[in-house]
Design a binder for this molecule. Structure first.
Ligand SMILES: *[C@@H]1O[C@H](CO)[C@@H](O)[C@H](O)[C@H]1NC(C)=O
Ligand SMILES: *[C@@H]1O[C@H](CO)[C@@H](O)[C@H](O)[C@H]1NC(C)=O
Ligand SMILES: *[C@@H]1O[C@H](CO)[C@@H](O)[C@H](O)[C@H]1NC(C)=O
Length: 460
């Protein structure tokens, strides 16, 4: 009986090993030279009928023991492959859409990195027989968790390794909710920490109400002090008794009075990085118009994607063309007749039971996650650093050091990466200097240093 059991286990293991090998990318079109690391891609089953596309790249160093790091792009509904090819992956696609170039600060130089497209309806991820899968925060968290367990079924030898969750933007919602799922399911996934970049974490209280973005606009010369004061006086409900910096610009006490003083700010072509003269990728323009534009209109913060005097110098990567090329799709195991790959898409509802604040406190105090990093590029207005920094500070953890600078290579005389506030219990707020919404895109070396600090290779 026992022998049979052991034999069947071995059989099962070999089946799983074969399954994982089927996902190995044997030859990737456009590579300048063969890679020294292995990579895999395909689908991970989530809840019934749902399949999340993933791309897994082994660490260049000690892949068997290196941590496993999940990356989730936000949106909601934007593809993690977008980040892989423009931010932290091992390659960039040249503008020809065919050839690849090596990226020097790839995150898999120090860890095994898993990019997962989530939820279904994003990128190549899909739901059986459903053209437009419907998602909300709760279903996304559960599906991310189930897909992650499917990943470790395919790669059981990695389940003992340290595991970290990273991502950016609306993943500020996905990440803590996924981490909670792991704990609530009593999973054996070895979760050690998480990092949220330019996260949508301060939500309604600060973001939609507009105060931090408004402060950002004043501080960066996009509004005059005169306009700032008039708008504050006439356009926001500053509730008595609540802490400072909490005006609700969605509820002016007197709408007509507010409208009479509202003036447009000077416009910027890129709300994700105010010092970038290039408009963002088309998919991010659409995303902005769908979810964020309204909150900007409220405070007269003007974004004009066409007001872009520098088009000829705007470098655009060719990942979209590349991912829609038949030979590439075959090589990375995209199913036949899959729809066109798009950077962002799909309907999404903001439905959740716990607040962001509660999730953060639970992860740190109740589940003792060990490391919780909130980092922000300081040129971004979509999820600005002021709101996220106020969110971090308001949680009430004790500061363990002064707010101080950190360097991109960890050397005292190195290039400044930004500033950091460490708190007790492994909680930190990190400012990344000179980066927009996509930190590893604008400051790749600083982005890699952040990852190293998350996984314990260095301290910021
Ligand atoms: C994933 O789901 C499909 C059905 O949708 C099934 O055929 C396949 O066996 C599942 N894979 C695993 C590894 O469970
Ligand atoms: C996880 O463990 C706790 C405590 O042992 C238990 O109450 C809970 O039901 C478990 N949850 C699951 C999903 O197994
Ligand atoms: C709103 O402001 C206008 C002037 O801009 C004023 O005429 C009007 O009485 C105000 N309404 C209320 C309800 O205070």
């Amino acid at each position: 009986m026992k022998v049979l059991y052991v034999l069947s286990l071995i059989y099962l293991k070999s089946l799983l090993a074969i399954a994982a090998n089927d996902d190995e990318i044997k030859s990737l079109p456009g590579l300048p030279e063969p890679t020294k690391f292995k990579q895999y891609s395909g689908y991970l089953n989530a809840s019934k009928g749902r399949h999340h596309f993933y791309w897994f790249v082994e660490s260049e160093k000690d892949a068997a023991n290196a941590p496993v790091v999940l990356w989730l792009t936000g949106g909601p509904g934007c593809s993690s492959l977008f980040a892989m090819f423009t931010e932290n992956g091992p390659f960039r696609v040249n503008s020809d859409g065919k050839t690849l170039q090596k990226h020097d600060f790839a995150w898999n130089s120090v860890a095994n990195i898993l990019w997962m497209e989530s939820p279904a309806g994003t990128g190549f991820s899909y739901e059986d027989n459903v053209a437009e899968p419907h998602n909300n925060d709760e279903t996304t968290a559960l599906n991310n968790y189930l897909a992650l367990e499917s990943f470790f079924l395919k790669y059981p030898h990695l389940k003992k390794n340290q595991f970290y969750i990273t991502g950016e933007s609306y993943a500020g919602v996905y990440i803590p909710m996924l981490a909670k799922q792991i704990y609530e399911h009593n999973s054996t996934i070895n979760l050690k920490g998480l990092a949220i970049g330019n996260g949508y974490i301060h939500e309604d209280k600060f973001d939609n109400f507009g105060q931090s973005r408004y402060d950002f606009a004043l501080g960066h010369g996009l509004l005059t002090t005169d306009t700032y004061e008039k708008l504050t006086e006439n356009c926001c409900e500053c509730k008595a008794g609540v802490i400072e910096h909490q005006c609700d610009f969605s509820q002016p006490a007197n709408h007509s009075k507010c409208a009479s003083v509202r003036q447009s700010s000077v416009s910027t072509p890129n709300p994700y990085n105010i010092y970038d003269n290039c408009a963002p990728d088309l998919s991010y323009q659409q995303l902005f118009n769908k979810y964020y534009k309204q909150a900007y209109d409220r405070i007269g913060f003007k974004v004009d994607f066409n007001n872009n005097d520098n088009k000829a110098n705007c470098y655009h990567y060719g990942h979209s063309l590349y991912l829609n090329t038949e030979s590439v799709r075959k090589a990375i195991h995209v199913r036949e007749n899959s729809r066109r790959w798009e950077g962002c898409g799909g309907p999404y509802e903001r439905v959740h039971t716990a607040t962001q604040e509660q999730n953060t406190l639970d992860l740190i105090n109740k589940y003792k996650i060990g490391k919780f990093i909130i980092y922000n590029g300081d040129f971004d207005t979509v999820c600005d650093f002021i709101g996220d920094q106020r969110f971090a500070d308001k949680l009430g953890f004790t500061q363990t050091e002064k707010y101080r600078r950190w360097t991109v290579d960890g050397q005292p005389d190195g290039v400044i990466g930004g500033f950091v506030q460490h708190y007790e219990k492994g909680f930190s707020f990190v400012l990344v200097r000179g980066a927009g919404h996509m930190v590893p895109y604008d400051q790749p070396e600083a982005g890699l240093q952040l990852l190293k600090s998350l996984i314990g290779n260095t301290k910021l």
